[in-house]
Design a protein around this ligand. Structure first.
Ligand SMILES: [Fe+2]
Length: 284
């Protein structure tokens, strides 16, 4: 189905999640479409533009037209905000330590009071096998729940922790690794995020440890059931990377995961992150 969001033209990638935007490189980088792109991003969860082949400077420049760029630690000039998503430890010594967790469904930054708003990725080296990235739409997943269940879910608070996120992905971790994960703060977020737009989404992630005040078995059953619901095929967009792509996701309304790939492939994507603009807010 063609979507026309003047002056943007886009096509839906799946019925519930993702849109491919048809826009020239010049128009994209000019920033004159940033408001329309932001609206489409929040509506569809994921935006893809093909055949752009952006440089780091162009990708950063585009990110700045879309929001508040997270600068992080600048290691060398020209790297402001750039994160290299790669298992090559000479390029990024930190990523490999936490990579295994990226293969489970998650939101980024659930340990933060204000999780990041969005992420912009471009591929620089791809694996010949695997390495697709999948996304859900947590707005759509919430909206499709029975109306009779929503008022109760709207009241729940969930504890998110690094050890909850990583232990299932690496149960044979060393005691030192486990201690490192436990050093991250545990954050409580409402299960249902009432965004400033008025829309609601599920705040789900493998980092969800338990529902505050609920019996552990009941809590685990409910989180598992909601995770199964939100990751059902009708909500998933699977992105098959091509060189030249730019992909952006709304981290506040989606989950993502990377599918396995050849660890020797040198797969590398360049990432810029936009800071969050609103804390996770309860309906209460
Ligand atoms: Fe992630």
């Amino acid at each position: 189905m063609a979507l026309t969001s003047e002056p943007l033209t886009s096509i839906t990638l799946t019925p519930r999640t993702g849109a491919e935007v048809k826009i020239s490189r010049e128009a994209l980088l000019s920033g004159s479409h940033s408001q329309a792109l932001r609206a489409l991003l929040v509506a569809r969860g994921v935006l893809v533009v093909r055949d752009l082949h952006l440089t780091d400077a162009e990708q950063r420049g585009f990110a700045r037209t879309m929001g508040d760029l997270r600068l992080g630690t600048v290691k060398k000039e020209g790297d402001e905000g750039l994160q290299k998503v790669t298992l090559d430890e000479t390029e990024n010594p930190d990523y490999a330590r936490f990579f295994f967790g990226s293969q489970l469904w998650h939101m980024d930054g659930t340990y933060e009071e204000v999780p990041p708003f969005a992420t912009i990725l471009t591929p620089r080296v791809l694996s010949n096998t695997g390495g697709d990235t999948e996304f859900t739409n947590n707005y759509a997943a919430y909206e499709d729940l029975p109306d009779s269940e929503k008022p109760f879910l709207d009241t729940l608070l969930v504890a998110h922790s690094m050890q909850a996120a990583l232990f299932p992905a690496k149960p044979d971790c060393s005691p030192e690794e486990f201690a490192l994960w436990c050093g991250y703060p545990v954050r409580r977020h409402p299960l249902v995020w009432r965004h400033k737009s008025g829309r609601k989404s599920l705040v789900l992630s493998t980092s969800a440890s338990h529902i505050i005040g609920m019996h552990p078995t009941e809590s685990r059953d409910l989180l598992n059931r909601l995770m199964a619901h939100a990751t059902a095929p009708q909500y998933i967009y699977r992105h098959k990377w091509r060189m030249g792509d730019m992909l952006m996701w709304d981290n506040t309304g989606t989950m993502h995961r990377v599918l396995p790939f050849d660890a020797r492939s040198g797969r590398r994507l360049h990432r810029f992150t936009l800071n969050g603009e609103e804390p996770v807010t309860a309906t209460l």
